[in-house]
Design a protein around this ligand. Sequence first.
Ligand code: C2O
Ligand code: CU
Length: 434
Amino acid sequence: GVGPRGATPLAHRHEAVAAGREVSVTDLDTDPTRRADVTVDLVARAGTVRLASGRTVEGYTLNGTSPGPLIEVVQGQLLEVHLRNESVGSGLTLHWHGVDVPNAQDGVAGVTQDAVPVGGEHTYRFVAPDSGTYWYHSHQVSHEQVVGGLLGALVVHPATPTRPVDVDRVVVAHTYGGALTLDGQEGDVRVPAEPGDVVRLRLVDTDDGTLTAWASVPYRVVAVDGHDVHEPPAVERATVGVGAGGRVDLEVVVPDDGTAARVQVGSSDALVVGPAQAQAPPVERPDDAVDLLAYGTPAPLGIDPASPDRSFEYAIGRRPGFVGGRPGMWWSVNGHVFPDLPMFMVREGDVVRITISNDSGAVHPIHLHGHHAVVLSRDGVAATGSPWWFDTLDVRDGETYEVAFVADNPGIWMDHCHNLQHAADGLVTHLMYE
Ligand code: C2O
Ligand code: CU
């Protein structure tokens, strides 16, 4: 049902800013005469990808590589990206995954723009509203183009650093031709650092499944989906999961004894963090896992989810039906299959609560475009750790999450499963402003 309207949209907007958005929403409406602070030219091609390891696979490149170039800006800077499609036959777009951009810049083919055809160009232009680890990828036939490598990482550095760091490294985890790679390499990947260095590792899971990481040294989970964790404690012996499309920033300190730290990312790849020749001890996969529901310490949410303006159910199931004329068992939301899926309506300024449940028999990494939501509870157990803001949330079979967000970014937004094959099979809904 729809709850009573509590506060005015303006009051909500101030609350949203207090909730950690460092640039208010109105500042996002970019002055067309403003000069870009960072300009990037990207040329997309279909064909053979030569990975950093030298291995070649068939797929897609941006400026000749996959992953495409790392884009770095400082929060509040204006980023301008010129995309040219040289040979991607089905056309492409660029979506700024996790960045709460103005709707027109969201890069969703068929929703916010048309796919850019071969020979075509498109310019994206937005102010980076929040610091954090993000990524970009095509949003046209994503289950083929993203899987094929049309993607890259985007880091928005804070205007004033929140934690001291000696080495800051982004790591794109992507599977090419059946093998998981870290920045296109398999096995041990070196991250050069000196003894005692504080190293931030920004893990980006660009695959369809959950990535699991663990380390030979204590580590901290300092950010999730671009949002800083409040007072993250050291983790001694546990894994941390990164859902499909999600990002987790880990912090490790290089040992003083001349060895390197090993950060295992999946069972076959690892980051070896330390001096050039240093050995890193092997490390067994721990049984325990970090539970973000109880990790870190509480901090003000900046919104009052106890009196929402809207409440929605998002019940994921599986039922027989026809999708694209094909009979089968399809993913459903609230009992409906694509294209008969619910359209969630909000008004600007609403505090929105969603109950996401899953009894479909599979994990669904649910991704919200244009917004970050905060986890309130899982299976009736209230969150007790740091506010857990996400744009992509792994919802396992049998789980129920209560989440909340502020509708502070008008437009029409896709909310979908980031297992891209599931999205292609119809697990796609939309959020729309009245
Ligand atoms: Cu990362 Cu709708 O996508
Ligand atoms: Cu799914």
